[in-house]
Design a protein around this ligand. Structure first.
Ligand code: CP3
Length: 342
């Protein structure tokens, strides 16, 4: 059997049409997701394979996406390292942010089969239950982005604690990044061995670093993760929100494809990273626009790829909970209708 459409696109092979999936495609914009969440906490959904599989499948029942993405969170492996996380209305929260060498030393590099067996079990369930030809994507947070959550104790606007930690505790920071890289590499390897056909590494906040600091604190650790996965021969995607200032460097992580936000045009991405496939990059705000505007913006993205091989359509960041469900249908419809000219 030939490889799934999205895998061929990520390898830059000829495809009959542009594949599409959507970051956060299972989530609060869907009433059926909110219904599950009214009965179970977020962490419960992540940790019970039958619930994780159910919400992963929900968007596929409505929309003709070309891939499913495992329902989980980038902070699940971090919790398995020994840093308990809570998810409230304000997003993730660590009760004891990691800010000292002693705390870093106390964190372990967990074996996925022992400390997160529910992840591989959800993957195996999904591989059985997904419609034929629809592959499952795995994912993890990149070491630098995970460090920001651990050190800040949650989300942040200015990343002040992160930058304090990097400068005041440089050795602890390096040790932490190294432990995170090994944890993430093992987690992604386990997801691939359980049946994921491609993986995305989320380095959402790497763009808060200067290019020189990106080369110190983010690039080497993302590269270590991708190097670990090279022999498994599945496409590896790398996402940074606000990638424009570090794009050539991001291309040096060893990723097969860059997943890009909307602040850069796809023609620029192609010119600056000519050997990589590209994923993106509709501004998620346009899902809240009137239908004709949304359809036009979707076509703009498709045209901006200029007919090159190796494009996967996606948003430039996750869908908002306030996005109307119909808008997703209009977006999928417009991508399906598009005929690449070459
Ligand atoms: O894309 C998918 O549909 C797969 C599932 C997925 C989730 N989180 C589920 C989730 C993925 C790939 C993620 C990645 C993730 N998680 C990232 C990187 C991508 C990005 O958005 O930049 C980050 C930074 C996190 C950490 C995280 N988890 C935050 C900041 C939040 C709170 C913000 C929010 O949307 O509520 C979460 C919670 C979270 N992760 C939810 C979902 C569906 C919402 C939880 C709920 O149901 O209440």
């Amino acid at each position: 059997m030939s490889d799934p459409l999205i895998v061929r696109a990520l390898r830059g092979e000829p495809v009959e049409r542009t594949p599409i999936w959507m970051m956060r495609q299972a989530g609060r914009y869907l009433p059926e997701y909110r219904e599950v969440r009214s009965r179970h906490s977020f962490l419960e959904v992540c940790k019970r394979p039958e619930l994780a599989a159910e919400v992963t499948l929900q968007p596929l029942r409505r929309f003709a996406f070309d891939a499913a993405i495992l329902f989980s969170d980038i902070l699940i492996p971090v919790e398995a390292m020994g840093a308990p996380v809570e998810f409230g209305d304000g997003g993730p929260h660590f009760r004891s942010p990691i800010r000292s060498r002693e705390q870093v030393n106390a964190l372990r590099v967990p074996e996925p089969a022992e400390s997160m067996p529910f992840v591989a079990e959800a993957v195996r369930t999904l591989v059985r239950e997904l419609p034929a030809g629809i592959p499952l994507l795995g994912f993890a947070g990149a070491p630098f982005t995970l460090l920001t959550y651990l050190v800040e104790g949650g989300g942040s606007k200015d990343f002040a604690e992160t930058k304090r930690f990097l400068t005041h505790e440089p050795e602890a920071a390096t040790t932490l990044l190294d432990k995170l890289a090994r944890t993430v590499a093992k987690s992604l390897e386990a997801q691939i061995r359980a049946g994921c056909c491609a993986v995305q590494l989320f380095d959402t906040w790497a763009s808060v670093l200067s290019p020189a600091d990106y080369e110190r604190y983010a690039l080497p650790y993302a590269r270590a993760v991708f190097t670990h996965l090279a022999a498994l021969r599945v496409p590896r995607l790398y996402y940074v929100n606000g990638i424009a200032g570090i794009l050539e460097r991001a291309a040096e992580t060893g990723a097969d494809a860059l997943s890009v936000d909307w602040r850069i045009g796809l023609a620029d991405v192609r010119a600056r990273a000519p050997r990589l496939a590209v994923q993106g990059n509709l501004d998620p705000h346009w899902l809240l626009a009137p239908e004709p505007v949304l359809r036009e913006r979707v076509r703009d993205v498709l045209h901006s790829n200029g007919g090159r091989l190796g494009h996967v359509f996606n948003l430039g960041h996750g869908i908002f909970p306030s996005a109307p469900v119909e808008a997703v249908q209009w977006m999928v419809d417009e991508v399906r209708r598009f005929e690449p000219r070459r």
